[in-house]
Design a protein around this ligand. Structure first.
Ligand code: AMP
Length: 143
């Protein structure tokens, strides 16, 4: 399945945070938006980084309570793996597995147009495989 098709179903909403926002703001946004990662962007469309729960846990382990006073820009991963709308769920699954990441922002002409989580690609693949199985089963039983 194409990422453009998947985004049509799940929508183009992306939870973002400005690089200057504090980790306290990041934690609040992760909790209220019920997501595991935020795209770091000052204008909401240019991807400057990504910050996930793991970045906060790692920093907490190293710095303790000082983490809460740091900013999204301090803890984010600046080299972000993104994908285009014509990428496929299979490609994204392979990329996420190889790089051990669970979130991939989708961009078009440099602008943020969506985000795909590992849950989204797994759900899409399971759905595709269910349809394939049903078609094969119908074919074998002559329907
Ligand atoms: P996650 O699996 O999304 O919780 O993230 C695990 C680690 O990979 C964290 O350090 C994230 O900042 C980083 N990360 C998550 N998604 C991406 C991405 N698309 N590109 C680069 N790094 C990422």
């Amino acid at each position: 399945m194409l990422i453009s098709q998947l985004l049509k179903k799940k929508g183009d909403d992306v939870a973002t945070i400005a690089p200057s926002d504090s980790i306290a703001d990041v934690v609040r946004a992760l909790a209220t938006r019920r997501v595991g990662a935020l795209v770091v962007s000052a204008d909401g469309t240019t991807v400057e980084g990504i910050i996930s729960e793991r970045d906060i846990v790692r920093d907490l382990a190293a710095q303790g309570s000082d983490t809460i006073n740091r900013t999204a820009g301090d803890l984010m991963t600046a080299e972000v793996v993104t994908c285009a709308l014509d990428a496929t769920t299979e490609q994204l699954m392979a990329e996420m597995t190889a790089r051990r990441i669970r979130h991939v922002p989708v961009t078009e002409n440099g602008a943020l147009v969506g985000i795909i989580s590992i849950g989204d690609v797994v759900n899409a693949r399971v759905h595709e495989l269910e349809i394939e199985t049903e078609q094969l089963s119908n074919y074998i039983s002559g329907y």
